[in-house]
Design a protein around this ligand. Structure first.
Ligand code: HEM
Ligand SMILES: *[C@@H]1O[C@H](CO)[C@@H](O)[C@H](O)[C@H]1NC(C)=O
Length: 510
């Protein structure tokens, strides 16, 4: 579960790696191409320039788009679904609560959660992903490690609302179970239970809000939502609090799982990371102080490991937008028109892409655009194919443009961009040193870009640095050798969630 829309696109995930699916298309059709998902025409975007166009410079022409059932379940007023003024307002409140200034003071609390989580793993064969995210008490583990979730709850509700937290977790779990089920609201169905849990979650959040009204505001997300003239309604707060748990938990847990795997698979990198943390740990032992924000700013090597983990894993393979009007996109390069011709002419089976605009006055191009607007392939409808093809062939040096008709879905393909060998040589190789040089704009967007980019990115990075600090200095771990591979469900994850054994390094001394 986790990311709101992905459950609808199982076709892309079914059994094989979506990377292969997209790479094949990209090679055939260039950086922008059209395909269908569940019957909707989709424009796939896999160049940095086009991603920037969709996400940043022309973001107002592309609205976020989600299936209605997901919207209902998460809460229709949650930030993901919004555009315009209400979105900007919400973003201000969310960004303020997760800014470096707001979260720097929570390092010791996050460290305490990390230590608690790690303590519960010792000497047990655990499933790393489940541990990183889970709510369920696994009897073999005993104590539950819920690192990502607990940090999310801390950042939303602060440390005071603990009496409600257990029930909140239980409801959340039920909600999660129903999230990707068939949206049939009949008694007994997972969906029905989820909708009930969702209602209960709203009630719990309302309790927490009224308790909070008695006290000081606080600098956590709830405090930000309740602040003065900018304050949201209770419903808006509930939708957004639950939305943030969704956005924060599985994402961070997946990246952490990959990080554990990549460090385990790359001893030289692990050694360098461990040295970086050992140095800081020595100083901390001398001073007796908990980890601080300033300490985390010194974890440069680990920072690169996190970046490279997010690049290789690209847990959010793509995101969704929808064109709110007909949009013309001028391509960045002169495209290969032999290829474009294939796109336009190739017919119903192969996608023909958002129609290259070519030269607008051309008699052949114009009707093709009309058809694209209606979502139909031109060759079904009596355009003179030969004329069109000849025309396109004559344009080889012209800059190409594309028409994206209103209502079409547009998918910026993060994973594809992150694995482009032009920007990241030997893209499948895990090599944190590539981030010693800053990546070019819009070639590396693990947190998206533009108006809807991730406002939780500083918290996510902080959380990963803190966990890594204790993991690297105190633990050894080994993965079961037989396990390698990726599953997409919907986030990219090591197969079976990476079962492994953690042992304390000082075990024998004790
Ligand atoms: C490593 C962990 C994370 C990754 C990789 C990640 C990635 C992303 C991406 C790519 C987007 C943009 C999606 C789009 O443009 O459609 C996004 C949005 C968002 N993320 Fe994260 N995220 C992570 C952790 C978090 C955390 C910890 C929080 C909260 C504390 C959070 C809160 C949000 C919210 C609220 C949005 C929606 C913003 C909007 O629509 O304006 N994320 N995230
Ligand atoms: C987001 O887009 C802006 C404008 O193109 C660019 O300067 C910035 O580097 C981009 N961010 C990322 C993470 O690529």
């Amino acid at each position: 579960m986790g990311w709101p829309y992905v459950g609808e696109t199982t076709q892309l995930y079914s059994s094989k790696n979506p990377n292969v699916f997209f790479a094949r298309k990209r090679n055939k059709y260039g950086p922008i191409f059209k395909t269908h998902i569940l019957g909707c025409p989709c424009v796939m975007v896999s160049s940095p320039e086009a991603a920037k166009f969709v996400l940043v410079t022309q973001a107002h022409l592309f609205k976020p788009t989600f299936p209605a059932s997901k919207e209902r379940m998460l809460g229709p007023q949650a930030i993901f679904f919004q555009q315009g003024d209400y979105h900007a307002h919400l973003r201000r409140l969310v960004s303020r609560a997760f800014s470096p200034e707001a979260i720097r003071g929570s390092v010791p609390a996050i460290e305490a959660i990390a230590l608690r989580s790690l303590g519960s793993w010792e000497d047990l064969q655990v499933n790393t992903f489940q541990e990183m995210k889970t709510l369920e008490t696994d009897p073999s583990v005993g104590v539950v490690a819920q690192y990502a979730l607990n940090v999310a709850l801390l950042s939303i509700f602060g440390e005071e609302e603990m009496q409600y937290i257990e029930e909140l977790k239980q409801c959340y779990l039920t909600l999660e179970k129903g999230y990707n089920s068939m949206p049939v609201n009949l008694p007994g169905t997972l969906f029905h239970k989820a909708m009930k849990a969702r209602k209960r979650l709203g009630a719990i959040v309302a309790h927490i809000i009224s308790a909070r009204r008695e006290r000081e505001r606080g600098s956590d997300l709830l405090g930000s939502f309740m602040d003065g003239r900018e304050a949201l309604t209770d419903d808006q707060i509930a939708d957004n609090a639950i939305g943030v748990i969704f956005a924060a938990r599985d994402t961070t847990a997946s990246v952490l799982t990959w990080m554990v795997k990549f460090l385990g698979d790359n001893p030289a990198v692990l050694k360098a990371v461990t040295e970086e943390h050992a140095e800081i740990a020595r100083e901390k032992a001398l001073s007796g102080e908990p980890l601080s924000w300033a300490d985390t700013r010194r974890m440069r090597m680990t920072g690169r490991v996190i970046q490279e983990t997010m690049r290789v894993a690209s847990i959010l393979s793509f995101t969704f937008r929808e064109a709110v009007e007909d949009v013309e996109y001028q391509g960045e390069t002169s495209i290969n028109f032999a290829r474009a011709r294939a796109l336009v002419v190739c017919g119903s089976a192969a996608p023909y892409c958002a129609v290259p605009l070519g030269v607008q006055q051309c008699a052949a191009c114009l009707p093709a655009h009309e058809l694209a607007r209606k979502g139909r392939a031109p060759n079904r409808t009596g355009i003179d194919q030969l004329e069109l093809a000849t025309h396109l062939d004559s344009l080889s040096s012209v800059r190409a443009g594309y028409l994206i008709p209103k209502g079409w879905k547009v998918l910026p393909l993060f994973r594809n961009i992150h694995h482009n060998p032009d920007h990241f040589p030997s893209p499948e190789k895990f090599d944190p040193s590539r981030f010693e040089v800053a990546p070019k704009p819009n070639t590396f967007m693990p947190f998206g870009n533009g108006t809807h980019s991730c406002p939780g990115n500083e918290l996510a990075k902080l959380e990963m640095l803190v966990l890594c600090h204790h993991l690297a200095t105190k633990y050894r771990w080994s993965t079961s050798k037989s396990e390698s591979g990726v599953q997409f469900g919907p986030f990219a994850l090591p197969i079976n969630g990476l079962p492994m054994t953690f042992t304390r390094k000082d075990k024998n001394k004790a």
